[in-house]
Ligand binder design. Sequence first.
Ligand code: SF4
Ligand code: MG
Length: 334
Amino acid sequence: MQPLLSVENLTVNFHTYAGIVQAVRDVSFTLAKGEILGIVGESGCGKSVTASALLGLIPAPPGEIAAGRILFAGEDIAGMDEKALCKLRGNAVSMIFQDPMTSLNPVLTIGNQLKECFTTHQKLSGEEAAGRSADMLRLVGIPAPEVRLGQYPHQLSGGMRQRVMIAMALAMNPRILIADEPTTALDVTIQAQIIDLMKKLNGELGTAIILISHDLGVVAGLCERVLVMYAGQIVEAAPVAALFARPRHPYTLGLLDSVPRLDAVRSRLTSIDGHPPDLLAPPDGCAFAPRCRFAMKVCEEAPSLFPVGQDHFSRCWLAHPDCPRTLPIRAAKE
Ligand code: SF4
Ligand code: MG
């Protein structure tokens, strides 16, 4: 079956005064109808740039899709003109962002903003649009929608505003909802409610979701499959259960160590020492090597992303069958 979305060898560069920043490097993945996919990694790893590329939102210049294709239902979005892209963003793919306060218009009521989605994109009359707006608020679990429609964004709590954003995104009846750090600005209880809401909407409406987060815990709560990104590349891709049960990349291990667990004896969470490499000049070998406690001589050669199990891929020599079993360089030095 043809995937809903297929990203093939996507490479995105930004031309800066200092040189070319290689923000996304040779990224490939697919998204099936109704699937929930997570993209996880530290800030600057290329996850948001990947999402922007999916919507044709890479600002050019300075940005540029240097290579690769993005196929939506078989059609390459790189070849679309602005009009076709607008239609794509309006109807097929919607996006919600981290901070709903900056995405909602502070001087318009919630009702006016929601109604606009229906009058502009779905050509409904004012009255029909008002009715649909109230329905949408009800769908995302906002009580007394008629009252809320007359209020301004600042009169709502952070969690309510994020629900409104989701309602607006879903008003277009998209086939894919891209959520970029949708819960980061919210406290944990509200975070859990928003995740539950997305799960429910995925079940009821069949909307495929791409959830972008720096938090593997959030991703685990919602996604079926996860891509772990580091320094512009996918370093591990796996079904969520396999990723947690048997991570096959040291970077994923590091991310897992920073997720709080109820069953853990250890009370301290560890973070990964060091910084991601400068994407102006990505290293020739494994990009994670400077931070990796397992780094070996062979890691000076860049590993490819290869299969390590059922639907499970890793970009680490340790998991590779041809890996020469040498001591980690750091251990050898000590
Ligand atoms: Fe570490 Fe080498 Fe694997 Fe890179 S390839 S993550 S340096 S062990
Ligand atoms: Mg981001």
